[in-house]
Design a protein around this ligand. Sequence first.
Ligand code: M6R
Length: 623
Amino acid sequence: MCGIVGYIGTQTAIDILVHGLEKLEYRGYDSAGVATIIENQIHSVKAKGKLYNLRSKLEKESSIAKIGIGHTRWATHGKPEEYNAHPHLDGQGKIAVVQNGIIENYQELRQQLKTEGCEFVSDTDTEVIPHLIAKYYNPEVDDAFMSAVNKTISRLDGAFAIAVLCVDFPDELIVARQNAPLTIGFGQGEFYCASDVTALVHHTTTILTLENGEIARLTPLGVEIYDFSGQRLRKAPRTLDWSPVTVEKQGFRHFMLKEIHEQPAVVRTCLEAYINSNWEPNSNENPVNLNLSPHIYEDLEHIQIVACGTSWHASLIGKYLLEQIAQIPTFVEYASEFRYSPTPIMRNTATIGVTQSGETADTIAALEMEKQRRIIATNEYRPGILGITNRPESTLATIVDQVINTYAGIEIGVAATKTFLAQVMSFYVLALDLGYRRQKISAQRVMEIINGLSQLPNQMEQILHSEEEKIKELASDFPDTRDFIFIGRGINFPIALEGALKLKEISYIHAEGYPAGEMKHGPIALLDAHVPVVAIAVSGSVYEKVISNAQEAKARDARLIGVVVENDTEDIFQDKLVIPEVDELFSPVLSVIPLQLLSYYIASLRGLDVDQPRNLAKSVTVE
Ligand code: M6R
């Protein structure tokens, strides 16, 4: 949700800023802008729409500036117009600010600043920041720039990450963070900042993630970090084990397609990280290396999960696994609902926040609220808040007691694919760990589950190999289709939801996922020959039931597409997307792949921007 970058050093700032914005564009693409300092003046260029509009404006000028800030916007306050694009300036054009977040008290601040004579040129919440900095700026005091930014921050309510330039300090870039991500990159005599390390890895892998309540001064000589009270902090950067290649398309047309193809490797990585491959039924070791806090293994009575979007779908599969494998009653909540109507506090309950980005505002706020509730309710906090994330350095990690890293690698496509499967894999591992250590499953069953999981990467590769071309061809049958229905039952009901979400978010086709048995209670009224129905009908306990529900759809003239196992003999499906025969328990890891490919090819054949669909952003850091 908006991306910010900053640079100070010896190279041409504009090139570095634009490259950084390109890597952050997945966070929002309603407008983009940069500001630099040239000859004691702020030079700002902005453009509505995607980054290429800004780039073509910048091509007409050459810049020698060695300091600058940049922004790519996902509109919250004010339309996606150029006048609302960042950077925002104070009235005299001496201070420039880019911001990611929301200033909740901006109306009140704006009103006050207006009565003091400030003129506003945008509808954004951000514009109050440069005006406040200008108001507090007193060139007579020591450290005037830093002091003015500090005073300004003390007036801001909400979540924000900012980067600020001031013409009187052409060798200083000031950045600050409060509940929105910001990382500093360290080079040789040059320093960077960005909302996400994806914008930094091309230049440096030496990074420092700013924490909430921290403000930093970047100069060509180094980085100084303070807390908001002005106390100097001593912090050491760390080295990231990423290569710039990780954030390239590597020959695929879109990041989404590349990320779909990376899924077998992601599953392998997860298994290598967490499953003890030498484990045998009579050994003294544990089959899973998660090492959760001991009391979780002993006292746990319930699990509640909070998540949004695709992570919520992964959590529904998690519920199934935790209940069926570990016998722990599990509740899955939308984080955005849980925040305002939480379930009453239950004894011995672990809460799990599931978020690939680790930054989703609703999930973060729900977990913070839950932590506070528990401290107040019990007077004694027992570690019981876990996070499942692909970003162990994210805000989530600062809240939870323990992070389960999903090891999916950076995901750039706005539509989550490999991070979804990585979350699902984390739930297999967690359920197996809890089930075994709490003696809810036999050693024999543990072996069966480990064997089943270990075969998944090859089976996934088989689907990608045998089904992709067929699915591409099938996708061409729906150039004008306006509605799709996805049905599934049991562990594959969340896959119906996920298939529908993937299709709607990247192809803009109306799509709904339903538990197959619920169709006849209302949604079946939607069906006719123009509404294709995708049924996940893999072998297992609910196979016949799903087939009956698919029959009911066929009787209403719907075109039926089945996700079925090899050698399925059912002939009601007009099209079959085939996955290898597996135990039902593992089937979602396979059944989701044809649906990801189907939505990808439908959107791609429609010529849509698959990686950056309209109105969306990868990381939703606003409520
Ligand atoms: O980063 P998170 O996992 O917390 O994100 C949650 C949702 O915003 C995200 O899954 C969203 O639904 C994706 N665009 C789905 O593809």
